[in-house]
Design a protein around this ligand. Structure first.
Ligand code: PGA
Length: 250
């Protein structure tokens, strides 16, 4: 059985009070419902430590939204893998299209980030996804294949169990335009076939592939019902505790 995973990607939202009260309330509610998913919250850097303390002893865990590729040094404003490890962070989101777009993260930089993350034994939530133009030109499969070939596929079989894949079509992120469950299923099946060709049947069966892009409490169920969709990376709708709970229960 593949792991079912729901991740809250809070991006640059939620201050100290909002972060801590959300997590305390979430713990109370989660305690009362019977769920079997892995739930991961990705708050901003300044609140990772307190978030980890709040979630200590629960089934929930935290992820960082980024790490720097270098291990340390003169990189003003950056945060290293070892710093995060030292406060107990064990997961990181890499390759998000907002990082690629606004912070010029190329595939080459991502390879370096992956190397560093693997060295520090992080679980890596790695995002791929096509643009609207690529989909219109029917180049979406090619685009996703290229992103995988130029990043994760540089790494050996032993490293692959450290990855969770998130398919996030860029046109669906933050736009309210969710991809249909059928469209996502076809892409997830394709991504799984790429892992099969590269690493074999076992890996392709085991690797969790999440969908991300305008997931909400109304569309989550039909998405998660698809056989190759193993959960979701949720942005906007994860900022509201009631909506997020309904997504978890989906
Ligand atoms: P969204 O963001 O749910 O707000 O579309 C998803 C993401 O960027 O991970």
């Amino acid at each position: 059985m593949r792991k079912k995973v729901v991740i809250a990607n809070w991006k640059m939202n939620q201050d100290f009070y909002e972060t801590t009260s959300f997590l305390r309330n979430l713990l109370k509610i989660i305690f009362e419902i019977n769920h079997k998913k892995e739930i991961i919250i990705a708050p901003s850097f300044p609140f990772l430590h307190i978030s980890n303390q709040i979630l200590q002893g629960s089934t929930l865990s935290i992820a960082a939204q980024n790490i720097h590729q270098m291990e340390n040094g003169s990189y003003t404003g950056e945060v290293s893998a070892s710093m995060l490890k030292s406060i107990g962070v064990q997961k990181v989101i890499l390759g998000h299209s907002e990082r690629r777009k606004h912070f010029s993260e190329t595939n080459d930089i991502l390879i370096k980030k992956i190397k560093t993350a693997l060295k520090y034994k992080f679980i890596i939530i790695f995002c791929v996804g096509e643009t609207e133009v690529e989909r219109r030109k029917k180049e979406h499969f090619l685009s996703v294949k290229y992103q995988l070939e130029e990043t994760i596929f540089h790494f050996s079989l032993e490293n692959i169990s450290s990855f969770i894949i998130a398919y996030e079509p860029i046109w669906a992120i933050g736009t309210g335009k969710t991809a249909t469950p059928e469209v996502v299923q076809v892409m997830h099946q394709y991504i799984r076939s790429l892992f099969m060709d590269k690493y074999g049947k076992n890996i392709s069966r085991k690797i969790s592939i999440l969908y991300g892009g305008s997931i909400n409490d109304l569309n989550a169920k039909s998405l998660f019902y698809q056989k190759d969709i193993d959960g979701g990376l949720v942005g906007n709708s994860s900022l509201n505790i009631e909506k997020f709970m309904r997504i978890i229960q989906s």
